[in-house]
Design a protein around this ligand. Structure first.
Ligand SMILES: [Zn+2]
Ligand SMILES: [Zn+2]
Length: 287
């Protein structure tokens, strides 16, 4: 028995064969799936799916890379949506500095970037201002969603990419008031211990199966068995041997098997521990 703690079942990749996807998950021993909202609209869709399929539950939130399209007030609709008993967490929310506006401009002007003697173009200066605005919008929506989670007594699914320090700074303001899971964890053992020490959890994706995933596989082997969960982040990050293809919740089993092998323990032990951890972290059957 496994719980897939991070799927994007509302994405168009699953529109044609969701019933088959859910059947394969069940056959693989994945008894529950949390589908994660990335915008207000996507969160609404996640709840629809959770209402339709008994194995599916929803997390609702606005993803940091979707903040520019977001309406001014996302909290009022999210608060309303959270009333639905199929909602088990807030998220995913967080910070993602992987693709800043200035990088796009730099890419377009790569030729000039190569030359040593040059001043910044107006376009680049403008892009840096846009970077600042983008980052502060992400931070603002992150904090608003953390506040909402505290208000509602729900835990949080945290997305962090290339923004570790800034994410920790914000989440540090909430220590003791809420718990989060740093999903798709790809950091060092020190970073894992840092968030575990603050009372949070981490979760691992198919990256643990990758050839170049040795470092994160090691982290998954070394942290306490009761401090992590498993996920796919499907449709992305399909584990080996499906790498590059669409991922799906059934692959949670491969993630768990890989971690069990790295820890040199039976799959059942990883399944039992991660399921119990997810059971406690997410508020299933809340009414
Ligand atoms: Zn994410
Ligand atoms: Zn995600």
């Amino acid at each position: 028995m496994l719980i897939e703690t991070h799927a994007h079942l509302d994405y168009p990749e699953f529109v044609n064969d969701l019933d088959d996807v859910l059947r394969r998950a069940k056959d693989a021993g994945v008894t529950r799936i949390i589908t994660i909202g990335t915008s207000v609209e996507s969160s609404r869709h996640a709840i629809d799916l959770a209402e339709k399929h008994p194995a599916v539950f929803a997390a609702i939130g606005v993803h940091p890379t979707f903040v520019e399209e977001a309406q001014d007030d996302v909290i009022t609709p999210l608060r309303e949506l959270a009333k639905n008993p199929r909602v088990v967490a807030i998220g995913e929310t967080g910070l993602d500095y992987h693709r800043l506006p200035s990088e796009q401009v730099a890419k377009e002007e790569q030729v000039q970037v190569m030359s040593a003697l040059r001043t910044e173009t107006d376009e680049e200066i403008e892009a840096q201002i846009r970077d600042g605005a983008y980052k502060s919008k992400q931070a603002s929506l992150f904090q608003q969603q953390l506040d909402l989670a505290v208000e509602l007594g729900l835990n949080v699914v945290i997305h962090q990419r290339d923004a570790w320090e800034e994410t920790l700074k914000i989440i540090g303001l909430y220590t003791g008031n809420l718990r989060g899971v740093f999903h798709c964890f790809g950091g060092s053992l020190e970073q894992a211990n840092e968030v575990l020490g603050l009372g949070h959890l981490v979760s691992f994706t198919g990256i643990v199966t990758f050839k170049n995933g040795g470092a994160v596989r090691k982290v998954a082997a070394q942290i306490p068995l009761w401090k992590f969960m498993v996920e796919t982040d499907c449709p992305y990050l399909a584990p080996v041997p499906f790498r590059g293809k669409r991922s799906e919740p059934a692959h949670t089993r491969i993630v768990a098997e890989t971690i069990a092998a790295a820890r040199e323990i039976p799959l059942e032990e990883v399944a039992e521990a991660t399921t119990e951890t997810a059971d406690k972290f997410f508020q299933f059957n809340r009414i």
